[in-house]
Design a binder for this molecule. Structure first.
Ligand code: ARG
Length: 463
């Protein structure tokens, strides 16, 4: 005997009810209900367009809009009953709409498919998440600029290979962070350009036979234009991959900042005091103050990169057009957006409360012979070939190590045993202040240059 499962989606075609486990296994409503408001927004625009094109009546449209608004309120108030039987966010909302307004609810899906619907919802969702991420990113950029401004002439050692290399200013170091974030900001904006294209009208894959107006729907939803190919519109998730790639770069940068903050706040470096509010103690060691926030952010960078790889793998073997595989795009995407917002927020709150220990930074730069290159440059200016100067300064550094003195603390007479080209004026170059001040070209670490870089940064941010 043939039985019809009346609750099953597209029930008429099936002789058997869905296996109970398969029903749960294939459902996405537990996570895609997060796009409910975007789904409703898309449906309202679709209904308006259908009415404009003479496919729905104004009465039907008004009933649909009123019903969808009610559903929106039910969801916001936590009163909406989500059902696994209805598989996903789209079917849950449509079923409830039909409960509420009857036959007009069943007409909403005219000229569309869940395939173009979900592609639209994700784009709307990501667009608004990117706005929130950008807002936090800008807060962080601003906090960094403000701290850099206070420390445009605070001297610290600059490192290569994590060995003291040359003196720099703390402001200059912070502005390096700023530059990384400025590129991240640009990448997010760029990603939005390709994201902001509207799939609705592609229907299942081939478009629709109704006389729809895709430009109208695109305009109503704030998209820059309708997509150019129906097959591509419902299938590719490259925009999501691009977003996750931009997100991975942001997290990679935050992870690098974290690593530095963790090192700097250790007793061994002792360059900064982390704000208490962003650290925790140990349950066993009473003296501990752990830099939890940077550590956690460094850890979370791994999961976002993981999401990027998941999405790339999800997409790579799919034939055109839509495949159910794509349902797997949501959880990595949602988690990427959440992680970015939370990490950037924590960082923006934290950075302004970091206090550098200026004296420790200064002494550390002094201990590492950070002005050795300046001495070599000095000899070159006096006519010596750079390679010879490099050799001679190496000898001076060795004397410094043996006698535990910085280059600036070695007497003129002793320095002159290495080269008679050295005269009294050398000390102007061997001090940390002289060294940083000399690097005053664009992009350099001189305090005035750093102040100018901060000015430029403020201007570009206000554009
Ligand atoms: N829940 C589905 C997804 O996330 C919606 C699209 C379903 N389309 C389909 N033909 N089964 O991708």
């Amino acid at each position: 005997m043939t039985t019809v499962n009346s609750e099953k989606l597209s029930s008429a075609r099936f002789a058997q009810a869905t296996d109970a486990f398969v029903e749960v296994f294939t459902a996405s409503v537990d996570f895609d209900q997060r796009m409910a408001q975007q789904d409703i927004e898309g449906s309202i625009a679709h209904a308006k367009m259908l009415t404009h094109c003479g496919i729905l009546t104004e009465t039907e449209r008004d009933a649909i809009i009123q019903g969808l608004n009610q559903i929106s309120t039910e969801i916001i108030n936590g009163e909406f009953v989500w059902s696994i039987k209805q598989e996903d966010v789209h079917m849950n909302i449509e079923a409830r709409l039909t409960d509420l307004i009857g036959i007009a609810g069943k007409k909403l899906h005219t000229g569309r498919s869940r395939n173009d619907q979900v592609a639209t919802d994700i784009r709307l969702y990501l667009r608004s998440e990117i706005q929130q991420i950008t807002a936090q990113l800008v807060r962080l950029q601003t906090a960094i600029i403000n701290l850099a401004e206070q420390h445009a002439d605070t001297i610290m050692p600059g490192f290569t290979h994590l060995q003291v290399a040359q003196p720099i200013t703390f402001g200059h170091h912070l502005m390096a962070w700023f530059e990384m974030l400025a590129r991240d900001h640009e990448r997010l904006q760029d990603c939005c350009k390709r994201l902001n294209v509207m799939p609705l009208g592609a229907a299942a894959l081939a478009g629709t036979s109704y006389p729809i107006d895709r430009f109208m729907t695109a305009e109503l939803l704030g998209f820059s234009r309708p997509s150019a190919n129906s097959l591509d519109s419902v299938s590719d998730r490259d925009f999501a991959i691009e977003f996750t790639a931009a997100g991975s770069l942001i997290m990679m940068h935050l992870s690098r900042f974290s690593e530095e903050l963790i090192l700097w706040s250790s007793a061994q470096f002792d360059f900064i005091e982390m704000p208490d509010a962003f650290c925790t103690g140990s349950s066993i060691m009473p003296q501990k103050k752990n830099p939890d926030v940077p550590e956690l952010v460094r850890g979370k960078s791994g999961r976002v990169t993981g999401h990027l790889v998941s999405l790339l793998m999800l997409m790579k073997s799919q034939p055109l057009a839509y495949n159910k595989d794509n349902q797997e795009d949501k959880e990595p995407l949602f988690d990427t957006a959440d992680t970015l917002i939370n990490c950037l927020r924590a960082y923006a709150d934290m950075v302004s409360h970091i206090s550098p220990k200026k004296e420790n930074m200064y002494q550390s730069a002094k201990r590492g012979f950070a002005t050795a290159t300046d001495l070599a440059d000095y000899l070159v200016r006096k006519g010596m070939a750079f390679r010879d100067a490099h050799e001679i300064v190496g000898l001076a550094v060795r004397l410094g190590i043996d006698t535990q003195r910085d280059l600036s603390e070695i007497s003129l007479a002793e320095l002159q045993t290495f080269s008679t080209l050295i005269t009294e004026d050398v000390f102007g170059f061997l001090t940390l202040e002289g060294s940083v001040a000399a690097r005053s070209h664009i992009g350099g670490t001189a305090p005035n240059t750093v102040k100018a870089a901060i000015e430029t940064a403020r201007l570009t941010m206000n554009q």
